[in-house]
Design a protein around this ligand. Sequence first.
Ligand code: BES
Ligand code: MN
Ligand code: ZN
Length: 499
Amino acid sequence: MTKISIKAGHPLKQKTACLVLPVYEGKLKKPLFSELDASLYGRLQKIFRSREFSGKAGEVLLLHAVEGLACERFLLVGLGPKKTANGTALRNFGSLVTTYLAERSIGRCLIDTSGFQLARGSEMSGLSALSEGVLLAGYSFDDYREKVADAISPLQGVTLLIGTSRDKIAAETAVSDALVVCRGICCARDLVNQPGNTKSPLFLAEAAQKIAREQGLKCTLLDKVELEKQGFGALLGVAQGSLRDPYLIVLEYHGGTKDERPVALVGKGVVFDAGGISLKPSDKMDEMKMDMAGGAAVLGAIQAVAELKLPVNLVAVVPAVENLPSGSAYRPGDILRSLSGKTIEVMNTDAEGRLILADALTWVGKFNPRVVIDLATLTGACIVALGHHASAVLGNHEGLIRELIKAGERCGDRLWQLPLWDEYNAQIKGDFGDIKNTGGRPAGTITAAAFLKQFAEKYTWAHLDIAGTAWSDKGSPGEPKGGTGVGVRVLVEYLRGQC
Ligand code: BES
Ligand code: MN
Ligand code: ZN
């Protein structure tokens, strides 16, 4: 990852390959720009007046320096209107700078951050957001590339220039916190991008064991024999079509006091979702290797929380299975007895996520959790409802939902609530069993959550549907095509808020 360091000093006195100057939309007012413009014989004003550059978000202008300036070149980058500049604007700014310079093989730069005018007290979270933007833009998944050299080599070093050395320690903490969160996000991205031929449930289990070793966490794996013994009938129903055995993956982090009830995170871990006998269309089926993005987020989050040493107790649970059609696959019409005892009528074998989550949600009750949050690429309907810019949040506790939404606003992993009224239960009432695994076309994301709710009755619970946000189809500077690592940031931010 790009190395980020902090320095205090005057921007125009710094020797650097590239001095990056963020500019709010509008006029070049600051004394810094007047000073710079004086050395440039008024060219900046000219450029501004001609509207070749005006500070709109995403605008860039690279100029070579003239004699008398310490830097070799400088880069003006638009931040957009001052009023709306928030963490997301700074994150995008960091990503844009990183990608722009990397594409031009400029390996180092110095970013002037003294001009960030954020709400009081949030300068440091601004530095975190900027650092996240830089670090995430440098991500690429190269496990299967013969020549990594073909990929653009990312920025080697970024120096963040702050106004006074008094803030140096706080700024360094902001950067190192960002680094930890980004490691969690990139861990999730790596797992999501891993192809289905390598990514068995066991592969996920081994990835969790590695995290446990590195962070000193407790890791427990429930294998197929154990799952059978305990009665995970819904999970096993989904898994039975695949030659690869399922696992229930459990990681525990104890950062709080001994008697403190844990927060439990549950993440859908379908390593590949072909739909089963209710086979999916082949178009874009390749993307269904990302159907474990909820599980990846949960693993990335617990890794980050452990590395940050947050004073909480945390459990992460990932039911890991593969959903394939075969001679041994479960069928539409099958009735499964879930771990809770409730029977489930399978209307569609492609609605498998809620089945494995049902058993995982039941099982996690044994930790007597204070709060349970599940994340899942659960419904295509969620993409129809919210597109790719927000995950859906639903649950049985308005307070928890509000806290999660607020955490999402703070960190840029945005959530939008959908209702979970009792009226929706009618759609999933069973004909031959207690409950059906699909509720028809209307409100697909809600009826999926209504299904989960019946297995989360004993605790405070929220569900995040990340179907539209877990995968980037086109790619953008901070989010290359593939897994996004969505969920890690909002979970860490929520848990930070609990401490
Ligand atoms: N994993 C899919 C949901 C999904 C679709 C995630 C597209 C990301 C992108 C899930 O298992 C699924 O197939 N859901 C079905 C449910 C339906 C059969 C009730 C769906 O959304 O079509
Ligand atoms: Mn499915
Ligand atoms: Zn699925």
